[in-house]
Design a protein around this ligand. Structure first.
Ligand code: MD3
Ligand code: FE
Length: 206
């Protein structure tokens, strides 16, 4: 089903379900090349969610801040290539939500284990907000929080399940969002974990 959460924010329930086993298989292959790691935040803390990336650019955080880099700071090699099937899935989802010609050059791969969470934030490190963001949920369900353009707007909560795809564009592109701590459980395909793929277009820096 296709549900509009707010102008520009579209939830495509089960959109990635037919290819979910292939997606999980590819996550294993990609993260053998650039392993999952928990990254340091500028404030000196550490994110609870483990991350990796694929594609020309990858999102990283360390003591010096948030940014996109062409290489993995752990391996010092380029991030693994984005599988063509992933790029195609993201473009197809964006189109289904009303955004033509989406061409992501960055894919963040998040791994949530029980009790990990992501605080309310905006995605604003991309230098270009004209293209949407596409996110794919795999494995255990999680309570996703979506707020407004200001942090002070009380967020709504919605359950994201295996195979769900969210598209955020236009007005919704800069909405605050986050996820509640992952409830423990066992998913037949991922065990005690949830994976999230987030596809973005990042403006290349000069
Ligand atoms: C709404 N990830 O990696 S995905 C992130 O479940 C992130 O891993 C969450 O927020 C996760 O930055 C949420 C859904 C999502 C992604 C990007 C958005 C919602 C968004 C950008 C703008 C507004
Ligand atoms: Fe985000």
């Amino acid at each position: 089903s296709r549900v509009t959460l707010s102008p520009g924010a579209v939830l495509l329930r089960g959109f990635a379900l037919p290819e979910s086993t292939e997606l999980l298989d590819a996550i294993l292959h990609l993260t053998a090349l650039s392993p999952f790691r928990t990254m340091q935040t500028p404030g000196g803390g550490r994110m609870s969610v483990a991350m990796s990336n694929c594609g020309p650019l990858g999102w990283v955080t360390d003591r010096s801040g948030y940014r996109y880099t062409p290489t993995d700071p752990e391996t010092l090699a380029a991030w693994p290539d984005m599988p063509p099937a992933w790029h195609a899935l993201a473009a197809r989802a964006a189109k289904a939500a009303g955004f033509d010609n989406f061409s992501p050059n960055a894919c963040l791969i998040n791994r949530y284990e029980p009790h990990t969470r992501m605080a309310l934030h905006q995605d604003k490190d991309e230098g270009d907000f004209s293209q949407p963001i596409v996110s794919v949920s795999l494995g255990l369900p999680i309570a996703f929080l979506w707020g407004g353009l200001k942090r002070s707007t009380a967020p709504h909560s919605i359950l994201l399940e295996h195979g769900d795809v969210l598209v955020w564009g236009g007005k919704a592109r800069l909405h605050y969002h986050g996820v509640k701590p992952l409830a423990d459980g066992i998913h037949p395909l991922t065990g005690r974990a949830r994976f999230n793929l987030t596809f973005r277009f990042v403006a290349p820096r000069s």
